[in-house]
Design a protein. Sequence first.
Lengths: 189, 189
Amino acid sequence: MNRREEIMLAAEKSFTMFGYKATTMDQVAKIANVGKGTIYTFFATKEELFHSIVWKMVGEMKNVSEKVVIVGASFQENAHARIMQLLKFRETHQLFIKLIQEENELRTPAVGEVLATIEQEILKYITSKIDRGVAKGELKPCNSELIAYLLFKSYLALVVDWNKTHEEQLTEEQIAEVLNDTIFSSLLV
Amino acid sequence: MNRREEIMLAAEKSFTMFGYKATTMDQVAKIANVGKGTIYTFFATKEELFHSIVWKMVGEMKNVSEKVVIVGASFQENAHARIMQLLKFRETHQLFIKLIQEENELRTPAVGEVLATIEQEILKYITSKIDRGVAKGELKPCNSELIAYLLFKSYLALVVDWNKTHEEQLTEEQIAEVLNDTIFSSLLV
DNA sequence: GCAAGACTGAAATGGTATTCCGGTCAACTG
DNA sequence: CAGTTGACCGGAATACCATTTCAGTCTTGC
């Protein structure tokens, strides 16, 4: 394996275990079995290294989200499956969990920025799927960015926020039903 | 004016100017022109005093929200007007602004709890309006708590969150239109 | 009998000595 | 000499503790 990848793997391990702030470049160098200086031949700063790893994670996230698509299924079925998969990734992927935790507890600025970027990326992703649906004639023309925003924030509210104030979480059926009746139904031709 | 009210007024002034954490009971006593001990005749703790003031504010908020109701208008027109009024109150009322700021910057636990309570109260308020609409036969029977939650979070997302990542805010018409087409339309008989 | 503010101790704050860590670079190795 | 290394630097974070602050009490005084 080339050194760049080894460094990224080591850094990912460390970020996952200790978070961004608490991983030191010495730590990363040690795990990667390279001198600290070597890291700086591939990445200009700690933040650039961080960005590379997060970017890779965003790629994986899109990939797993595409995996749940059923060809021939309706737009809303696939949209629901994809977004639920994104949120499952968010609550399952160890690095992602660690970053959310660090954001809540430490407010590390670099982490906040990165999480905002990830959200932007997800929104671009959903927007593009809506645009695609419109282009294929499955959906009415609409302000796709606005709808993507509303849709994603609604999923976040029902899947994530709801549990902060309610004892038992909503079932996937409840969520699918209410969003089918509201946002999705307004999209269909 | 009776002493209890004077104390509450003084405390409200101080909480509004300096926030919860930074107002001292000595400060409140001074503004109210009473000895500190006198405050404790009426309020067992600083937090109880705080709760009383916030509770009063929640009452005002519901009142101004009722003021925008147009008798004879449709459910969604009035619901929209009411929720927009709630959010306007949130962004206008000096104490409310200060509490949100304190929550973001200081994370004062007492403030976080109070803001959560206010949200609960708003949700109960919206839920009751939906239930009323159902009872009057204007709306389909539904899980009113769930719909209230989705509705309020959607408004928050479009009115408040949107501006954090977008240069220009959404117009009230855009918001009204998209929510009419989605959540509200699913509610109507 | 009720209001007042001096008082208490627990918690917050500030100041500073110390440690830590991102980034550099001269030395080294193959 | 191209690529790697880790000792080193200085600004920033941390730990420590002396001092101050403040919620809540309680004795005094009116």
